[in-house]
Design a protein around this ligand. Structure first.
Ligand code: SF4
Length: 252
């Protein structure tokens, strides 16, 4: 089976903060897939979201070296497994599948199965837009970060329907036993009533990591207000802040 990839590298997980299910600060091997079904305004993987335009994928020969080897797309599953194993530094918490949107790749299941057989744990970073695809891999997922796309992301035409599909994906993952949290990127325009709605949907289901969009355009006062709104509904131990710390460390 073939897969359209963007890159594979070994780094720190920089997101998720301290909410349950987060792997913040852990070493991971990241498998970034090409292709996405959404169109978020602030996408930081924009050059990878149209899979047909990603002719080559790369893997970092040594972690943090900035030296890459390039290979043509689509890739064989065994090439992916081989690149992951070459990047194993012996301190890997889990393999992160990210994108783009990893669940769009049919071969994701096969890769996750192979990594489980090899003794690794699987960490899925997904928009959660495709609950049916999540169903196929939920049993192979140890950890999951599922987006709740705020209205200001303009990710899809029917934004409310997207949020409901994301909640459904979270429920599927939780039922399968995956440690799962929801990630909400907020902006200066994020509405309080929307955060209240997400919090009501997530209450008793999964914790929420609130992450300011970068570069930050939200005041501390507003951020606290959004946080408090979610914490009041979900319970104070179920909400946390997340920042993209890997960007401050200047690593991939
Ligand atoms: S879901 Fe992620 S990869 Fe897809 S457009 Fe949004 S930010 Fe970009």
């Amino acid at each position: 089976m073939k897969v359209v990839l963007a890159e594979i590298f070994n780094s720190w997980q920089g997101e998720g903060g301290s909410v349950d299910g987060s792997a913040f600060g852990r070493r991971q091997i990241f498998v970034r897939f090409a292709g996405c079904d959404l169109k978020c305004e602030w996408c930081d993987s924009r050059r990878y979201i149209i899979a047909s335009k990603v002719k080559k994928w790369r893997y970092e020969i040594e972690p943090f070296s900035g030296h890459f080897e390039y290979k043509p797309n689509p890739a064989d599953v065994e090439d992916v497994v081989d690149a992951i194993l070459r990047l194993d530094t012996g301190d890997i918490h889990s393999i992160s599948y990210t994108g783009g949107e990893p669940t769009l790749q049919r071969a994701l299941k096969q890769i996750m199965e192979r990594m489980k057989e090899l003794g690794f744990r699987n960490f899925l970073e997904t928009s959660g837009s495709q609950p049916k695809r999540i169903e196929r891999i939920a049993h192979l997922t140890d950890y999951a970060s599922v987006d709740i796309k705020d209205e200001t992301a303009k990710a899809a035409k029917d934004w409310k329907d997207l949020v409901l599909r994301e909640i459904e994906s979270i429920k599927i993952l939780k039922k399968a036993g995956a440690k799962t949290y929801a990630k909400l990127v907020v902006t200066g325009e994020t509405k309080i009533e929307n955060v209240e709605w997400y919090a009501k949907l997530l209450k008793g289901v999964a914790p929420l990591a609130i992450q300011p969009r970068e570069p930050m355009d939200i005041s501390q006062e507003r951020l606290m207000e959004l946080y408090r709104t979610a914490a009041k509904v979900m319970g104070r131990e179920n909400v946390g802040l997340s920042f993209q710390v890997h960007k401050y460390l200047n690593v991939l």
